[in-house]
Design a protein around this ligand. Structure first.
Ligand code: NDP
Length: 247
């Protein structure tokens, strides 16, 4: 059931997060949107409201634990609780290791790994108390396959494979009934490539996306499918991408 569920979405200001917010709100979810670009969030929330849906938003940086705590608080204050959190914020400034873009390495770890840890830490007390909840994360096919230029990005996404599986196992052992879903998208047309600062890698990736990329709504529908399963059912992993993309 999606209707009336309260769903927090990080990275909701564009791409996969925005598409998911609109799809879920259209199916009756109450969505709580977080990202750094507050004006984009305001616009998306206004569009959802104009279409008859319910949305709240908060400017947040997922690298800060306090921002993650406050968006959970916003969900409680506006909609009376949290049923699902979609930890989707991420960036991909790929480069060869030899370029030593260490600031980018650290930023990817801070957002793609620590951002998820912060999001889980913020919501777990609620989910443990109510003995239900769902945590969905956006990994990547880069979390399943290694490729040159993607050592650190891929590492952050491989991390999610382990983390989400252990979260699922521990929740089952402890009887907290927290459902998990980890999504591994391939080429999806969003703003993600704008985070690549290396011109050569940016051009190669753009060529790949121009050839194969599909719309973020495809991922949104998978998130909706995961949420819509009966409460006793976890579908833990989805690999989703263009039918014609060979890698
Ligand atoms: P976008 O660039 O369109 O979206 C990324 C989102 O993350 C934006 O809303 C951005 O918002 C947010 N974000 C980035 N840094 C932070 C931060 N510090 N705090 C809060 N929010 C942040 O790209 P996608 O929609 O493609 O990316 C969504 C997820 O999908 C990412 O985790 C990405 O790694 C993953 N993914 C994407 C694929 C693709 O082909 N597009 C393939 C595989 C995985 P703002 O800048 O406003 O903060």
């Amino acid at each position: 059931m999606i209707k009336d569920k309260v769903v927090i979405i990080t990275g909701a200001s564009s791409g996969i997060g925005e598409a998911t917010a609109k799809l879920l709100a259209g199916q009756g979810a109450k969505v709580v949107l977080g990202a750094r670009r507050a004006e984009r969030l305001a616009q998306i929330a206004a569009e959802i409201t104009a279409a008859g849906g319910q949305a709240a938003f908060r400017e947040m940086d997922v690298t800060l634990q306090s921002d993650n705590d406050q968006i959970v608080q916003l969900a409680h204050d506006r909609f009376g609780g949290v049923d699902v959190t979609f930890l989707n914020a991420g960036l991909m400034p790929n480069s060869m290791l030899s370029a030593l873009k260490t600031d980018d390495w650290h930023q990817m770890v801070d957002v793609n790994v620590k951002g998820v840890l912060n999001g889980v830490a913020a919501v777990l007390p609620t989910f443990m108390r109510q003995k239900s909840g769902q945590i969905i994360a956006t990994s990547s096919v880069a979390g399943l396959k290694a490729y040159p230029g993607g050592a650190v990005y891929g590492g952050t996404k491989w991390f999610l494979r382990d983390f989400m599986e252990v979260l699922r196992m521990e929740s089952a052992m402890e009887g907290t009934n927290i459902r998990t879903a980890n999504i591994y998208p391939a080429a999806i047309n969003t703003e993600l490539l704008s985070t690549i600062r290396d011109p050569g890698i940016a051009q190669t990736m753009q060529g790949l996306y121009d050839k194969y990329g599909i719309a973020p709504e495809r991922i949104a529908s998978v998130v909706a499918f995961a949420i819509d399963q009966p409460e006793d059912t976890t579908i833990n992993e989805f690999t989703v991408g263009p039918a014609n993309q060979p890698w």
